[in-house]
Design a protein around this ligand. Sequence first.
Ligand code: C2E
Ligand code: CA
Ligand code: CA
Length: 759
Amino acid sequence: MKTIFVILMGITLAFFPVGVKKLFFKKDSLSKRMLAVLVPASFSLIAHCILLFVTKEFPAYLVYAFYFAFANWMSVGVLAFCVCYTNSDIHNKVIKFFVVPVSIIDTLLLFANVFNHFLFTIHKIQYGSGEFFRYSFSLFLVGRLVFTYGLFVYSFIIILKRFLKEPPTLRVKYYSFLIYLALITFINILYLGLDSPYNYSIIVYAFCFISSYNVLNRAVPNILIQHVLGRIADELKNGIVLLDNDGLCIYVNAFVKQNFECGKDEILHNEVFADYFSRRKEAILEPMDSFSCEVEYQSERKRLTLNICDYIIKDGESIVGRYYLIEDITALKNQAYEEKLLRTRDPLTELYNKEYFFEKVAHRLKYDRFTKYYLIISDIVNFKLVNDLHGKPFGDTILRRSADAIRKYAARDVIYGRLYNDHFIMLVPKRRFDEEVYANAFKNDMSYLQNFSYNLIIHMGLYEIDDLTMPVPVMCDRAFLALRSIKNDYKTAFAYYDDHLRQEVLKLQMLMNELPVALKTNQLKMYLQPQVTKNGTLVGAEALVRWHHPIRGIIPPGEFIEIIEKINIISDVDRYIWECACAKLAEWKRAGKTNLTISVNISARDFFTMNLLETLVNLIKKYEISPKSLNLEITETAVIYDVENQLNVLDKLRELGFIVEMDDFGSGYSSLNMLKDIAVDVLKIDMAFLQKSKDDAKSHKILEKIIILAKELGMKVLTEGVESDKQIDFLSAAGCDLFQGYYFSRPVPVNEFEEKYFR
Ligand code: C2E
Ligand code: CA
Ligand code: CA
C-alpha cells in the first residue's frame, strides 16, 4: 500500500519540476501566480511522503509543520491566482493585509509547535502492517483548517462572481476552474473524514493544477478563439462552408443559413452547389485543385449572383479539410449591369447607342456568316422642322415613340439602336424585311400625334451586307448614302445601296483626291453668266467656277462644291476665282470697259479662314481696279456664326466701296428678318425657290411685296434663274432692276462671254 502510494506520489512529483521550469521562464503574471501555487504544493507533497517514513517524534513534528505550512501557502497561491485570473485587484488588499500576515503567523506557530506542542500533538497509530504519526485535532488545527478552506471558498466566490457576470460565451473561461476548485475541496474534506495516512487528495490536487493550467492556457483560449472566429464568420458578408477530411460538412456560417435556409447537414445538397459541382466536374480537376465559378441562385425571396471558390486546408502535407467561400457579387453585378446600360444605351430612347450597336452587329456577323442581312438607317423627314415648330420636348416624344415602334415590331433576331438625332439603325435578316411592314411600323403608332398637323414621313436607307470583312461603320456609311439619295424625294420611302450609288461614292472619292491637284494645275476655270437689264443691256456677270476635268470633261460646281468644303479648300478655290475676276476686270478696264462689274461668291468659311477685308483690298490694289466693279455675293447662311464680327467686316467693305449682294434670297425661312440686320446693296432673289410653289398667283404676290420692300430699304433687286420672257415682264413690272438666267445666257467660258458681248 505504502509502496503504491509512494510510486504514485513520485510520478506526480516528477511532473512538478517540469511545470516549475516551464513557468519560471514565463513573464506573465498568471504564470508567476501559478508558480506560487506549484512550489508550495511540491514541498507539501514531499513533506507528506516523508511523513510516511518518519519513525521518531521530533522529525515528525517538524515535517508536519512543513506539510501544513506549505499546504496553507499553496491555498494563498490559489487565491492570488484567482484574483489575478479574474482581474479583480480589490482583493489584493485582503491578501496583502490579512491573508499573508495570518499565514506568516500560522507558519511561525506551526514551527513553534515543533518544540512545545502547545497547539497540537501527534501520536503513533497502527495502520495496516505499519505505524504512522497522526495529529490529534485541536482548536488551533480546526481554526487554521477553517482559514485554509476559507481561502478556497474565497477563491471560489471570486471566480463564481466573475463567472456570473460574464456573457455565456466567456463563461467557459471560468467554469472549468470552478469545477476544479470544487473537486479539490470535496476530495480534501473526504480525506479529513477518513483516518487514512495516505492523502490521495494530493494527487487530485496535482492533477487539477496541471490540467487547470492547461485548460486555462490552451483549451480556454482555443474555445474563445473558436467563439470569436465563429462570430466573425457570422458577421461576414460571404458564406463559409467547412468540410472535414471525409467531405462531411461540419460548419456553415450565418450567411449560408440565412440565404439558403439550410444548415450544415443539407447545404451540400442545396441547389446552390449543384451548379458548382457540375461545373467543377466539367473542368476535370484534381481533387487538390481549387476551383471558382459564378452561379445564379434563385429562391422565392431573392435572386443572387454568387462566386463560389473552394480551398484545401492542409496540415503539413496532409489534407485536414476543405472550405467553400461563397461571395455575394449581386451588387457588383448589378452595378456592372447599370454601368453597362449607361455605356451601351441611348439615354432618350434606351435603345442601343451607336457604339454598342456597332459592337453587337460586328459580333453577330462574326458568328452568323450565312444569314443575309440588311443594315437599315431610318430618317424622319424634316424632323428639324418638327423640332422648330413644336419644341424639343415634342420632338423627343416622337423619337421615343418611334423607338417603341421599333421595339414592338422588330423580330427577335433584329438588332436595333439609335444612331443620333432622328436616325435609327437596324440589322434585319433579309428574309424578314418587308417594306410595307416597316413603312407601317412607324405610322401605326402615330395615334398619339392626334393634334399634330404635320405628316411624318419616314425614309429608310438600306445596305445589303455582302462583304462581311467590311467594318460596320463603313456599312453604316453605305446605308446612309442610300438614305441621302432620296433626301428631297417625298414619294420614295426606301433606298437601297446599289452599284449606281457605289459608282457615285467612288466618283466622290476620286474627286476628293483629284480636287487639290485640279486647283494647282488650273483645271478650275472661271465661267461668266451675264447680268443684264430688262432689255438685255449688259451690266456685269457672275463668276461661277467650272472644273475642266481631263477625263470627265466639264463638271459643274454642284458636284464638287460640297467636297471642296469637306476637304477645306473652299477658300482657296474662292480666292482663285476672285483673282481671275480681278484680272479680268483689270483687262476690261484697260480696254475702256470701266462700267462692267463681276460678282463673286463669298463662302461662310471665308470669314474665318482668312482676313477677308485685307484679302479683297489687296486684290483691288494689286489689279488697280475700283472696288465698285467687284461685287460680293453672300448668302444669309454665311452670316450666322460670329454675326457681329461678320457684319462689321461687311460694313467696312461697303464703306470702302464694294457692292455687297444678298444671294439666294428666300431660301431660309428667316430671310425677311435678316434684312433688318444685314445692310446690303443688292437683293438677289432666286426664281427657283418660288418655282417650287404650286400656286403661281401667291408666289407672284410674295415676289412683288419683297421687291417693294427691298426698294423701300434702298436696295437694288436682281432676279436670277429667269428662264422666260413672261417672268421678265412680270418682274420688271414689279420693279426688278436686273436679271440673270438661262433666258439670256448660261454661264459660259470667259472668251465666249467676251465674244458675245464685246464683238
Ligand atoms: P449661285 O451662286 O446661286 O449661282 C447661280 C446658279 O444658278 C449657277 O449654278 C447658275 O448656273 C444657275 N443658273 C443661272 N441661271 C439659271 C436659270 O435660268 N435656271 C437655272 N435652273 N439655273 C440657273 P452653278 O454655276 O452650277 O453654281 C451652283 C452654285 O455653286 C452657285 O449658286 C454657288 O453657290 C456655287 N458656286 C459656283 N461657283 C462658286 C465659287 O466660285 N465659289 C463659291 N463659294 N461657290 C460657287
Ligand atoms: Ca451666287
Ligand atoms: Ca444664287
